[in-house]
Design a binder for this molecule. Structure first.
Ligand code: UDP
Length: 462
């Protein structure tokens, strides 16, 4: 009989997408899948008709865009609000397994940010595995946050923020993911809860691969030795392309890309949450226009703070760039990055975007906004050396110059070559014999061992 897994994604694009990809990977390994979800940002059940979906009743249902100001508050609020309804729903699914022909639930898999689910799982005697949707380096930096606090790094200000973190090269103080959040104390509490409850779990899954992050993975394995860690990424290369997008992608940009020269287009997107000031937005727009490079730019509603639904583009911008520029509200990003016309990606370095870029061999311009994006950007520029980063205030002249360095100059071409090698490693890691493939096999064996333990318990108690 098939075993059932219950998965619970965080209702944000960058978290929900990898959780649904993981669900499809595990489905392909013979597990049945139940998805518990909030009504807020509910996943589209029609895209995955082979899963069973369980909305949590009365869970935050308003559909608004959360900016970085709100997102930490939203997560903390949901962790408190959902305890009872989640427990009741999960208990119902688990007890349902006792009905004739129902599949036993082997374990619960939840986003690391759902720290409240560890106690719920413990009370139901159900093993919980954690999916952390950032990379290994970020998880390790979060693990280190109490040390950063003890050393006073969390109160670094001004020029101190440019200093390197002695215990964590090549991170700078400003890269510590607590800095730059609206309420650092609250963010710190969230991070500590996330780490503590991950340590109490039965395993940690990361959407990364060993050749990319060997050092960070070894460091985490040393730091939390009792927890098995499964680096089984890149997820999106192991499942058929299907959109779990919370916004409708504008496919018309693909026909525009089809008529552009190879490697000529800069794709610009800052993900689903990041918000920037109008002043920065204008510098980006004019830098793009002055660079004379073709570009495809995602200007999502809510990207520009306080734009109140008005078109934030400078007046006359589209006439100025004419056929050389394309602006959309949301793009089919994986398809765009895989397109031969795309030669660079200006990104906020969310982990999904960074990994998708690596998997297509596209070098990056990094404009991290907050949280793990700061660390991802540091690794892109200083460790993998496949991108440039805007370290200071955005100015249109610098934007223009750096775009040309990436898209036209020799430096950019060298980065593209390095990227090709990373792309090959990403691709090989999931093939039989590759580390992500082996790690996935271990994960499946680990989950199967839970259900055997469960059966043994059932046998002994009858
Ligand atoms: N994305 C997309 N179209 C867009 C912009 C983003 O499909 O126009 C997808 C992108 O492929 C990625 C996700 O949205 O999978 C963004 O996740 P990421 O971790 O990069 O950033 P977040 O939105 O969480 O800040």
């Amino acid at each position: 009989m098939r075993k059932r897994l219950v998965l619970f994604p965080l209702p944000l694009q960058g978290h929900q997408t990898p959780m649904l990809q993981l669900a499809n990977i595990l489905y392909s390994k013979g597990f049945s899948i139940s998805i518990i979800h909030t009504q807020y940002n509910a996943p589209n059940s029609e895209i995955n008709p082979h899963f069973t979906f369980h909305p949590i009743p009365n869970s935050l249902s308003q559909c608004e865009t959360y900016s970085k100001e709100d997102v930490i508050r939203l997560i903390i609020k949901l962790n408190a609000l959902l305890v009872a309804p989640f427990r009741d729903l999960l208990a119902g699914i688990v007890s349902d397994e006792n009905a004739a022909n129902k599949e036993p639930v082997a374990c619960l898999i939840t986003d690391a940010m759902w720290y409240f689910t560890q106690d719920v799982a413990d009370n139901l005697n159900l093993p919980r595995i954690v999916l952390r949707t950032s990379n290994a380096a970020c998880f390790y930096a979060f693990f280190y946050c109490p040390v950063f606090k003890y050393k006073g790094y969390l109160s670094a200000k001004g020029s101190e923020l440019e200093a390197e973190v002695p215990e964590f090269p090549p991170l700078k103080m400003k890269d510590i993911p607590i800095h730059g959040t609206p309420d650092p104390e609250q963010t710190y509490e969230l991070v500590c809860a996330m780490i503590e409850k991950t340590k109490a779990s039965s395993g940690l899954i990361l959407n990364t691969f060993q050749q990319l992050e060997l050092t960070s993975l070894s460091a985490i394995r040393k730091a939390i030795p009792p927890i098995p860690i499964f680096a089984i990424g890149p997820f999106h290369k192991q499942v058929p392309a299907s959109s779990s997008s919370l916004f409708a992608p504008d496919q018309s940009c693909i026909s525009w890309l089809n008529v552009q020269a190879p490697n000529s287009v800069l794709y610009v997107s800052f993900g689903s949450i990041a918000a920037i000031e109008m002043k920065e937005f204008t510098e980006i727009a004019l830098g793009l226009a002055n660079s004379k490079q073709p570009f495809l730019w995602v200007v999502r509603p809510g990207l520009v703070r306080c734009s109140d639904g008005n078109d934030p583009l400078p007046s006359g911008f589209m006439e100025m760039v004419a056929e050389r520029g394309r602006v959309v509200k949301w793009a089919p990003q994986q398809e765009v990055l895989a397109h031969p016309a795309v030669g660079g990606f200006w990104t906020h370095t969310g982990w999904n975007s960074t990994l998708e870029s690596i998997c297509e061999g596209v070098p990056m311009l990094c404009l991290p906004c907050f949280g793990d994006q700061m660390i991802n950007a540091r690794y892109v520029t200083d460790v993998w050396k496949v991108g440039f980063r805007f370290e200071d205030q955005l100015r249109r002249d610098d934007v223009e110059k750096v775009i040309r360095r990436l898209m036209v100059d020799k430096e950019g071409q060298e980065m593209r070559q390095k990227m090709t090698s990373l792309k090959e490693k990403a691709c090989l890691s999931k093939e039989p014999g590759g580390p992500s493939y082996s790690s996935l096999e271990s994960l499946v064996a680990h989950i199967s061992s839970f259900s055997m333990k469960g059966q043994l318990l059932l046998f002994l108690t009858h």
